[in-house]
Structures are given as structure tokens and as C-alpha cells.
Design a protein. Structure first.
Length: 270
């Protein structure tokens, strides 16, 4: 089965971002991909994080979700929709969920994951500070979804640093993880490849990581390097930068085979 991570440089213009997403989805479909993963904040990287509240939607309602459902139907593929802003219990204070809906080829929403771990970090050496909790509300639920390429465990960006969520997803039967992200250049340079390969190796699962790249209006620079990693930690495809499709063929039977031959998951004692 052929899958793709779509890499983007999103900005504050939602229409332009959706036009780019449509072009990349179409390109992936033309390359026989059956499933695509969009990056975090694919529809909007605003000048101020609180501006996401202007575009926040109710689940299964609104132009962003309508676009995704229509694109899945038009191209007859699965879309793991990175993240987009959904209303939260604190929408009045402009805090939104960063949510990842999943659409099947009929355009039906099969799952919805709300980002659990929020990026509240100070990088003193790089003189960078981030407070996602000022504009975002955390989700609570671990979510996976059955697809033709296996059960997919859904995560978003900073979740990558918390291996316990990946083990919970494995216990639900996940054999593929998706990691839509907007990793900073500082953290991406240091940790992106190591963390992605570690999550693949320790869980004997595929990882499809779709990133933002380049400079954005909020003075953030993102790392790119979207990639697809197999359950043995081998990088099957990668692109450092550019708006592009990163595609690879995966074998949905490989995780089960490796888990049988190398029983690290069944050997757990804690």
C-alpha cells in the first residue's frame, strides 16, 4: 500500500493553504497513494496563535472539514488531516482544540483526535519561548482508527516526546503511527529523526511524519524533513524542505511479522 506525508509551508491565508493542500493531495493520488497525512496546522499558521479561534469549527461542521471530506471523496483516498482548530470548552477565551480528523475515501469522518500534549517550552539557548496552552485546550483521549494499511495510532507533534501514548496505541492494536507536526528548527535539528525512529523501533510500527517547513508569520521557523519510517527504523522516504509529497510503499503485514519474530512487546514486564 502506498502512503504519503504531505509537507507544507502554511501561512495566515486559509484559502491559499487549502489550495496548496489540494494540489499536494491530487499529486499524491496521481502517484497511486491510498492514504495521505497532512501536517499540523495545515490550514492556518497565523501571526498570533489566538487567531485560530476565528476559524475554529464544531466537529463535522465547517469549511475546513467540508474541504477535507470533499477531497477524500474526489481523490478516493484516506486523509489523516494533520490538525485544525476545533471549538473547546474555553472557546470564549480563544482556546481551541488542535484536532486531527480522519476521512475515508467516501468522505466520512472515521475518527477525531484532539492533541493531548501542549508545547509549553522555553529554549533559552535559542532565545525561543512557546506557550501553546495560551491558545489551545488539551484533549484527553488516545485515539486509533482501522484503515486498509492497519490500525493507525493518531498523535500530533509534541506527543512524539511521550512514549507512553504510543504504548497505549500499540495496546489498542496500532501498527502505524501518524505524526503531523510543526517542529521548530532548534528541536527538530536535535531530536526529530531520533524520536521518530525510536517510536518506530520500540513499537515495531510504521511512522508517517508530515511536517511544516520554513519561515512563518509568527517568526517561527519549522524543520520540515517529513519522512516515512518502517518498523525496523529504516527511513523509506524523506524530504528536507519544500511543499512536496513524500511517498513510500508499506507492507501492512510487516509489523505483525516482526512482532512475532522479535517479541519485545510481548516480553514487557511493567
Amino acid at each position: 500500500m502506498r502512503v504519503a506525508a504531505l509537507q507544507m509551508n502554511s501561512g495566515p491565508d486559509v484559502s491559499a493553504n487549502l489550495e496548496l493542500a489540494e494540489r499536494l493531495i491530487s499529486e499524491a493520488a496521481g502517484d497511486a497513494c491510498e492514504l495521505v497525512v497532512l501536517p499540523e496546522n495545515f490550514a492556518l499558521m497565523p501571526e498570533r496563535d489566538v487567531d485560530k479561534a476565528v476559524h475554529a469549527e464544531e466537529p463535522n461542521r465547517g469549511p475546513l472539514q467540508n474541504f477535507l471530506a470533499a477531497a477524500a471523496r474526489r481523490h478516493s483516498l484516506w486523509i489523516i488531516a494533520g490538525s485544525l482548530p476545533l471549538v473547546s470548552p474555553e472557546i470564549s477565551s480563544k482556546r481551541v482544540y488542535g484536532a486531527c480528523p480522519v476521512y475515508d475515501p467516501e468522505g466520512e469522518c472515521q475518527a477525531l483526535y484532539r492533541k493531548i500534549h501542549l508545547f509549553d517550552v522555553d529554549l533559552a539557548d535559542a532565545q525561543e519561548s512557546y506557550r501553546e496552552s495560551n491558545s489551545m485546550f488539551p484533549g484527553d483521549d488516545v485515539v486509533s482508527v482501522a484503515t486498509p494499511c492497519g490500525r493507525i495510532g493518531l498523535t500530533i507533534c509534541y506527543d512524539l516526546r511521550f512514549p507512553e501514548i504510543f504504548r497505549r496505541l500499540v495496546d489498542e492494536g496500532s501498527t502505524v503511527f501518524t505524526v503531523p507536526a510543526a517542529f521548530t528548527v532548534t528541536t527538530g535539528t536535535a531530536h526529530w529523526h531520533t524520536l521518530l525512529r525510536a517510536r518506530a523501533i520500540e513499537n515495531l510500527a510504521y511512522v508517517i511524519a508530515a511536517g511544516q517547513y520554513g519561515s512563518h508569520p509568527d517568526n517561527r521557523s519549522t524543520f520540515g524533513h517529513s519522512l516515512i519510517c518502517d518498523p525496523w527504523g529504516r527511513i523509506l522516504a524523506e524530504q528536507a524542505d519544500g511543499n512536496c509529497v513524500v511517498a513510500a510503499d508499506i507492507d501492512p503485514t510487516l509489523p505483525a511479522k516482526l512482532r512475532s519474530e522479535f517479541p519485545v512487546l510481548s516480553d514487557r514486564r511493567l
